[in-house]
Design a protein around this ligand. Sequence first.
Ligand SMILES: NC(=O)c1ccc[n+]([C@@H]2O[C@H](COP(=O)([O-])OP(=O)(O)OC[C@H]3O[C@@H](n4cnc5c(N)ncnc54)[C@H](O)[C@@H]3O)[C@@H](O)[C@H]2O)c1
Ligand SMILES: O=c1ccn([C@@H]2O[C@H](COP(=O)(O)OP(=O)(O)O[C@H]3O[C@H](CO)[C@@H](O)[C@H](O)[C@H]3O)[C@@H](O)[C@H]2O)c(=O)[nH]1
Length: 442
Amino acid sequence: MQISVIGCGYLGAVHAACMAELGHDVVGIDVDAAKVASLSAGRAPFHEPGFEEILARNIDAGRLRFSTDYADLADAQVHFIGVGTPQVPGGYAADLQYVDAAVDSVIPYLKAHPDGPTLVVGKSTVPVGTAAALAKRIAAAGDGVHLIWNPEFLREGFAVQDTIAPDRIVYGVPADESAARASQAVLDAVFADLLERDIPRLVTDYATAELVKVAANSFLATKISFINAMAELCEATGADVTELAEAIGFDDRIGKKFLRAGVGFGGGCLPKDIRAFMARAGELGVDQALTFLREVDAINDRRRDHAVELARRAAGGTFLGKKVAVLGAAFKPDSDDMRNSPALDIANTIAGQGAEVVITDPAAGPKLAELRPDMTVAEDAHAAAAGADVVMLLTEWRQFRDLDPVALKAAVRTPWIVDGRNALDPAAWRAAGWTYSGIGRP
Ligand SMILES: NC(=O)c1ccc[n+]([C@@H]2O[C@H](COP(=O)([O-])OP(=O)(O)OC[C@H]3O[C@@H](n4cnc5c(N)ncnc54)[C@H](O)[C@@H]3O)[C@@H](O)[C@H]2O)c1
Ligand SMILES: O=c1ccn([C@@H]2O[C@H](COP(=O)(O)OP(=O)(O)O[C@H]3O[C@H](CO)[C@@H](O)[C@H](O)[C@H]3O)[C@@H](O)[C@H]2O)c(=O)[nH]1
């Protein structure tokens, strides 16, 4: 099937390559010419395990190409929309200008297809009500053109695997039954390979599909803030939050996942999605339903402040004249994404308070050096830690988890580690002569 993917960022580029991997003929459209040039040359513009391989393989096979010109999507029957929906500047609501622009740009090319309806498929994360409004505009483009809302649940670092083998697929379909049936059949053909593997597919109305996405992210954010709140209690009582998380996690109803206390959640999704959800609830007059998310957000912010405090204590009460090595800049390991990254935020705060900060990240390092010439970016943990008064582990890359505390001690001025992700073995670091300070651990 001929498919277009509009918006080739972390979501769209991976989706385009995965759709080609499933055997479809795919064109990726993006307004960023540099990104399109990089993708066209088979070079991933961001770090995502396994992505570059499928990108190159499918370009070579002739099933995948990229363009800045919307005219190149004219023959496609299915158009996925994966453009960004960041927070509006200075506010909580989602900025829909990129979705609106993408829809405006695709509309002139929408025409009924000989093999069934032409579909616009929304993947971007949007406030509930967006799909219904877009569907009206798309319907005005002509007969045989429909919108399905198909939210995306991939995690960065596992994006390829999550796209090809998602936990579930959700279709928000038009209210009109025959339009719903016909458009569902087309999207089923796109995902035939996945459906054959019995991946659950849920068919809902537009509003439910939109809400499933933000509800899922709100639940995940709540789980993280819950365990971080428990870390605050553990810190006040001398208890250990990692043992607490393990113990409650044995209950199947709670589960072990997403209970890692630390410097909290960041990235291009959870923080902005819970805020946009709160903003939308306010517009709908049900803001009280989501006041708990304010607390989720506040707990999350407090973890960053707390990490700064732990470092200040380690530095002897002031950052002036002190060198702090920060291990990690990306918001999570196996990604170079620094959007709303706790690590980068904490590094900025500490530098602003007078410390000499040297930061290192296996994937985000080069991008950071380019974007932030004001920062000292080191090659690796040992180079960053040279002469440091405090070392902070803020993104739990394997390279950092596997550090040898004995070898690293030889590089630093003072062996004091703040483990902002509870990723290290405190006993091993203490035995090597370090002062170890974790999150919610004695
Ligand atoms: N990143 C993720 O892991 C993830 C997962 C699930 C859902 N989402 C959602 O997917 C959407 C995209 O997220 P992302 O992380 O890929 O963002 P991104 O910023 O990495 O990518 C967005 C891309 O859209 C392009 N773009 C903007 N306007 C355009 C237009 N008019 N026409 C064509 N291209 C245009 C940009 O140049 C950019 O390359 C967001 O709504 C996000 O919440 C993201
Ligand atoms: O126990 C945990 C788990 C995660 N995190 C942090 O939470 C953030 C988000 O992690 P994760 O959810 O793995 O990353 P994303 O790639 O942002 O994925 C989330 O956001 C995507 C975009 O909406 C969704 O598609 C995914 O399902 C959802 O997990 C990161 O900063 C993690 O360090 C913790 O602090 N503790």
